[in-house]
Design a protein around this ligand. Structure first.
Ligand code: PMT
Length: 397
């Protein structure tokens, strides 16, 4: 089963304006090329004070345009051929021209012949400029037309000051492009996704946990959001940034995850996706103060409450996708878990396989449901997430 990367064979028109952040756009072009998108670049005159067209030509392996006059019809042809136009960095000047419809160079002229809904801008400027009412008014005008805004971020700025004005990172911009190019086939779904490990405390500083990084669950939350679902992400402790546009509920223990999931699914959720590695056992008692060496405990464990089983037996239950983390290809155990916990689908994950399972960016799974099984190849967790939702769509159709 091979999921189609939404960036593959898509054509991106990349506009670069004059700001220090322009150097990041070389990396952006390169990452888009790696994702098999075709990138055509337009550089304004000011941007060429910061980086050269040659850098972009090498990074994108494609043509770079710098003037309105080198091809008299480029301002019509380039936006027409592009699936999406991305301006990164977008200066206050470009934002003002775009919002007012001023066309005095190739990039601003191209923007007049684009559909606003196919344009992403990543502003970058000093924080005082960003907060200026004129800039804010122009940005509101553009977003009301359907232009997608990514960033700016808070942090240290090129001028040495701190504030909001840093261009969004390359991963965030790629995420916004991927999202804009993804089909919206989960509109109307309200999906609760769980991610990460839980921590079961022995005392205030020691706990039992596992190696889950949260990457699989976060990829599922982002994929569901990109496809138009309303998403709640309930996550154990991870070092990841929650995806933008997703309701985020942090939890620590299996008991807290149980309370959050049963509470959220009762609020008209249509789907539950349990990618979290929830502890099956928890210490019977938790000491109130740190145990000393002399207090070495005899570890007595008790079973945690099963979250999926509780949701499955609730009235008006949502569609339930569980995961089965196994060390070895024990598909029977996964099938049994699906039946025992009354899931609609289970995603078998051999966590002993190199490149799959815990704390890596890739995964290989077998998607098992009541009517069949489909194995994926080893691919990014983002692609695995889309493969799971593709199968859910087929079943629910
Ligand atoms: O986070 P990453 O580093 O990206 O790694 C991803 C992953 C390996 C954690 C993920 O792909 C995965 O396999 N998650 C499920 C891990 C797990 O707990 O599997 P299990 O076979 O022990 O549990 C079966 C199912 O029951 C799971 O959906 C689990 O969330 C759920 N469960 C478990 C215990 C409990 N008390 N209640 C539950 O609902």
């Amino acid at each position: 089963m091979n999921f189609l990367n939404p960036l593959k064979n898509r054509s991106v028109l990349l506009g670069i304006t004059g700001g220090v952040a322009a150097y990041k756009s070389v990396e952006l072009a390169r990452r888009l090329y790696d994702e098999e998108a075709s990138v055509v670049t337009i550089m304004t005159e000011a941007s060429r004070h910061f980086i050269t067209p040659l850098s972009l030509e090498v990074a994108s392996r494609n043509r770079v345009y710098t003037s309105l006059w080198e091809d008299p019809l480029a301002h019509i042809r380039l936006p027409k051929e592009a699936d999406i136009t991305v301006i990164a960095p977008a200066t206050a000047n470009l934002i003002a021209k775009f919002s007012q419809g001023i066309a005095d160079d190739l990039l601003s002229t191209c923007l007049l012949s684009c559909s606003s809904k196919k344009v992403i801008i990543a502003p970058a400027m000093n924080w005082r400029m960003y907060e200026n009412p004129a800039v804010q008014r122009n940005l509101s005008q553009l977003t009301s037309q359907g232009v997608i805004l990514v960033g700016p971020e808070q942090g240290s700025l090129a001028c040495g000051e701190e504030g909001t004005g840093r261009m969004a990172g390359v991963p965030e911009i790629i995420d916004a492009i991927r999202s804009a190019l993804t089909k919206k086939d989960l509109v109307g779904e309200r999906i609760v996704v769980t991610a990460g490990p839980t921590r079961e405390y022995l005392d205030p500083v020691r706990f039992i946990s596992n190696r889950s990084s949260g990457k699989m669950g976060y990829a599922l939350a982002a994929a569901a959001r990109d496809r138009g679902a309303v998403v709640t992400l309930i996550s154990g402790p991870t070092s990841l940034q929650p995806p933008a546009g997703v309701r985020y509920i942090p939890v620590e223990t299996a008991a807290a995850m149980f309370a959050a999931v049963t509470g959220e699914t009762a609020r008209a959720a249509t789907m539950l996706v349990m990618a979290a590695a929830v502890a099956d056992f928890s210490p019977e008692t938790r000491a109130e103060t740190k145990l000393g060496k002399k207090d070495m405990p005899q570890l007595k464990l008790r079973m945690t409450d099963d979250i999926i089983a509780a949701v499955a037996s609730s009235p008006g239950r949502p569609f339930i996708v569980g995961f089965a983390a196994e060390t070895g290809r024990d598909l029977d155990r996964a099938r049994q878990k699906m039946r025992d916990k009354q899931m609609d689908m289970i995603v078998f994950n051999d966590v002993a396989e190199p490149g799959a399972g815990f704390d890596v960016d890739t995964n290989r799974v077998v998607i098992i449901d009541r009517s069949g099984e489909q194995g994926t190849e080893l691919m990014s967790k983002n692609s695995v997430a889309h493969a799971i939702f593709d199968r859910v769509r087929e079943i629910k159709a």
